[in-house]
Design a protein around this ligand. Sequence first.
Ligand code: ADP
Length: 242
Amino acid sequence: MDNRVRVLEVRNVTRRFGGLVAVNDMSFDVHEQEVMGLIGPNGSGKTTMMNLISGALRVSGGDIMMDDQLISDMPARHIARAGVARTFQLVRMLPTMTALENVMAGAVFGHKKLWGRALQVHAMRQLERVGMGTSAHLPTSALTYIDQKRVELARALAANPRIILLDEWLAGLNPTELRTGIELIADLRAEGRTIILVEHVMDAIRSLCDRCVVMNTGRKIAEGTPAEVLSDDEVIRAYLGD
Ligand code: ADP
């Protein structure tokens, strides 16, 4: 019997944009302490799927459950409270606010309610966690790109999420930064965080993911370990056709 704890359940989810079916009857589970890679060629529906989970977009059909609670009919802020945190493909932060203030903002909207001094201490701990403790009082606009990404990760962690959605968090990093970034995610994995990783960097997928779901033209075309899906004929064809 499968005794892993299911955190997220996506059941027959579809999303249409006019005549275009961006996500087509997708179903998958994410288990506690698992890093699940959501991969596929450009335009296959990955970002749309992330937006449906976080509530930035509404489903056209199907259900998304979080800890057996229906979240796909909730507004995004309630989904965040239920324990879904995300980072964005392009860093989205309040540039004039300090790193610490940005992370505190993440905690306020998150899963666990904290105020005042406790909030500040908690936010500081998350910054230290990603190696940004000494930059806590700098405005995020003064930080390098990778450091902004670290702060964004700290902000997601600050929400004490049940699941973290990392949408191409490694995109745009140079090779040295990429190694640092992969190590950082590996640390989160070792801590037993539950993560959905949307990623193009194959090295990251191979080294970080326990399991992958592969999308093409809105549909799931494969599911399995990175080694299994990356040697699957249909997956190879989908990528070559990209
Ligand atoms: P991926 O993240 O895998 O690159 P996306 O989810 O961004 O794929 O896009 C899937 C499909 O949905 C693409 O054909 C894209 O053009 C389309 N799409 C995404 N967002 C919108 C939108 N807001 N309006 C119309 N079409 C969209």
